[in-house]
Design a protein around this ligand. Structure first.
Ligand code: GDP
Ligand code: CA
Length: 323
């Protein structure tokens, strides 16, 4: 059973952990999970290549993430960051921890030695038994920039320094037209038995992934059903500022509005199925009219059994749509 999931960072990681448990429970060793990750947040900072979403996924799947803080490595220290700040290098509001810097240095070394981002990510992931294949959606650089009234900022500067408080007029992926889906990501989509869309930011995580040339084609021609999980519950984005991103592209912060924005696959869109939270059950008949089979289920990705159940429900809906 080959399961491929499109994912951003934190929401993607919480879902991926549940998916690993659910897939093992249902399919044992026959479960093969591939996570196709957003790279729109990536940047070069203090001389190293930082991939926030790949790292959130890697650390969570490896069990070395700081679950309380919500990002980075557990047991982190910040000695190097203090030195960088003393030299005035880097972003003082974007601390790279010492252990985290080890990842970025290793990645940068691999890239300097000629590896592409797919190969470098595989080398980093090989360190831990993460129980999944982790792939960047593309080997090309497609940094998201945010157009504001005070100038154009890298996405992470807008997100972390301004806490998404500065109104975003537009999101722009630099280099998008010249980018290409990677061979590995294309193969993971084409060869999947089930395709899932994680409850990730619909604009700057999933939107960036499906905007990479080749991704929509790969999904369109894939034989697997595509089931998404709503990141919006009761009109709220959990643990994040996704509402600010949705407002910029004129989409309501609402589970049905996000599904309609993704569109029905039968209508050149992304989705065959969509899970909404129980309080959004009224969206189910509305989405049926658009050609999206929706179900209302608990969608809180509390680690352990609840997150596993969310993923199991997504797999069950996919099985129903396939069969
Ligand atoms: P980022 O790259 O770190 O911003 O993370 P993602 O793009 O993967 O996910 C961010 C989204 O995850 C947020 O917009 C939230 O709406 C969503 N999210 C976070 N926690 C939960 C949860 O427990 N359940 C659901 N359904 N969505 C969640
Ligand atoms: Ca992200």
């Amino acid at each position: 059973m080959r399961i491929t999931v499109l994912a951003g960072g934190v929401g993607g990681a919480r879902f991926a952990l549940g998916l690993r448990d659910a897939a093992r429970a249902a399919h044992g060793d026959a479960a093969e999970i591939t996570v196709v990750a957003n790279v729109g947040d990536d940047m070069w900072l203090s001389g190293v290549k930082v991939c926030p979403d790949l790292d959130s996924l890697l650390y969570a799947l490896a069990g070395v993430n700081d679950a309380e803080r919500g990002w980075g490595r557990a047991g982190e220290s910040e000695r190097v960051a203090g030195e960088l700040a003393a030299y005035g290098v880097g972003w003082p509001w974007f601390t790279l921890g010492d252990l985290d810097l080890g990842t970025h240095l290793a990645r940068t070394a691999l890239l300097r030695d000629g590896a592409d981002l797919t190969e470098a990510t595989a080398r980093l992931a090989a360190r831990w038994p993460i129980g999944a294949t982790l792939l960047p959606v593309t080997n090309d650089e497609v940094p998201t920039h945010v157009v504001t009234d005070e100038g154009v900022l890298h996405f992470e500067e807008w997100w972390v320094r301004t806490r998404a408080q500065l109104p975003a007029r537009r999101f722009v992926q630099h280099g998008l037209e010249r980018s290409r889906i990677s061979h590995a990501a294309r193969a993971a989509i084409a060869g999947a038995d089930v395709l899932l869309v994680a409850p990730s930011n619909p604009v700057v995580s999933i939107g960036t992934i499906v905007g990479i040339p080749g991704v929509r084609d790969a999904i369109e021609t894939a034989r697997a059903p595509v089931v998404g999980v709503s990141p919006i519950i009761g009109g709220q984005a959990l643990r994040g500022m996704a509402a600010a991103c949705l407002a910029t592209i004129g989409v309501e912060t609402d589970a049905a509005a996000v599904a309609a924005h993704y569109g029905a696959r039968s209508d050149d869109g992304l989705l065959d199925g969509w899970l909404v939270a129980e309080q959004d059950a009224a969206a189910v008949p509305r989405l049926a009219e658009l050609g999206i089979v929706a179900e209302a289920r608990p969608l809180l990705l509390t680690p352990g059994a609840p997150a596993q159940q969310v993923a199991a429900d997504a797999l069950a809906l996919a099985a129903r749509l396939a069969g």
